[in-house]
Write a protein that binds this ligand. Structure first.
Ligand code: 9Z3
Length: 343
């Protein structure tokens, strides 16, 4: 075994022995096990879509946290495309971020009540929204009838990683029929449990915490987030590179698509290429924060670098970024407009 494999495994085992699992992990794994088993029996392809940002809590009783940017548009939109193409989808998303289908009517400046009107004492959908809502409702109803969508949620980076690892291990028997589509915006840094203060970090020097406030359960390490003088000092540690473990250990036969988010255009392709070389998975989809709605770059060993663009004039329409994976070309028509893209 190469040294790097060894150290990735050590980092993983250290992480999962020191960071406690989320309370709902057992429930989530029970649901996922049943869902995966049923769709495996039916011979369906299954994809885990991750979506939304991960938080990094600074205190155990969390008042403050660091967040990663993501509305969940990419993940929720892509999940709809996968479902349209016959996949069963486990949608692991940041709590309260966008959801497939309901994304068309949530998180925008318009209230869902604006889609309704009163007619003869009944609530009905306004004429101007009938066609679009009927189309979305039909898709949603079919998916629900076939029980092809399982929605799981996380908030923190640790909850995300625990869920990802458990679900990936459950998907392992599916071999190449499993896909991972990692659109969630994952924090690179975090506060380890043994360096996290229990209570809200104080700013007033009169109320600064003593050694007891330093960590939960009598931790003696210097807190990762603390006040020094009148300044807040945050000294985060790196999150272990879980992609390596996913590719090599948790789901070695699955198709793995990761996303790379950058803000500096000169870095994007290089970083995507670097990630592909380092983890040897199938595809990295690169995007820039400011242009992510209308252009992405696919970087793969098979096809090198390939840009996909939709016209900028349609910038309020959503672009999932994944059509060629499922053989659909209608991304260019961009029929799945999400009003939620407006923010
Ligand atoms: C992405 O790049 C997604 O496309 C966006 C989607 C977060 C930009 P929105 O949710 O935005 O539609 O608003 N995800 C970033 C994936 C990520 O964090 N990758 C990590 C990395 O590159 C781990 S795989 O290191």
């Amino acid at each position: 075994m190469a040294d790097s494999d060894n150290s990735a495994q050590q980092a993983e085992s250290y992480y999962f022995t020191h960071e406690p699992p989320p309370k709902d992990l057992k429930t989530n794994t029970t649901l996922a096990r049943e869902f995966i088993g049923r769709h495996a029996d039916e011979g369906r392809r299954l994809v885990l879509v991750t979506s939304g940002g991960t938080t990094v809590p600074l205190e155990t009783q969390t008042v403050r946290y660091i967040d990663n940017f993501s509305a969940g548009t990419r993940g929720a939109t892509s999940a709809e495309y996968f479902l349209q193409n016959g996949y069963a989808v486990i949608f692991l998303h940041r709590q309260f971020s966008l959801l497939p289908y309901s994304r068309h009517y949530s998180h925008n400046t318009r209230s869902f009540l604006d889609y309704m009107k009163e007619e003869n004492g009944q609530v009905v959908v306004d004429e101007q929204h009938q066609d679009e809502m009927l189309r979305v409702l039909r898709q949603y109803t079919e998916v629900k009838r076939e029980n092809r969508l399982l929605i799981l949620s996380y908030v923190t980076i640790t909850e995300y990683l625990w869920n990802l690892r458990e679900v990936a291990q459950l998907m392992r028997p599916l071999g190449p029929k499993a896909m991972f589509y990692l659109a969630a915006a994952v924090s690179d840094f975090f506060v380890p449990q043994d360096r996290m203060v229990e209570h809200k970090i104080q700013s007033n020097e009169e109320f600064l915490q003593g050694p007891d406030g330093a960590g939960a359960g009598g931790n003696t390490k210097v807190p990762a987030a603390r006040t020094e003088g009148r300044s807040l000092v945050i000294d985060l540690e790196p999150v272990p590179k879980f992609l390596k473990q996913l590719v090599d250990g948790w789901a070695p036969q699955a198709m793995i698509v990761s996303f790379k988010l950058e803000t500096d255009p000169s870095m994007l392709v290089r970083k995507a290429q670097y990630s592909l070389n380092k983890y040897s998975h199938h595809l990295v989809i690169g995007n820039l924060l400011l242009t992510r709605k209308w252009e992405v770059v696919f970087v793969s060993a098979l096809e090198g670098e390939k840009w996909i663009r939709v016209p900028r004039s349609r910038r309020t329409k959503s672009f999932s970024g994944m059509p060629s994976l499922v053989g659909s070309a209608d991304y260019l028509a961009n029929k799945d407009a999400s009003e939620a893209d407006d923010f």
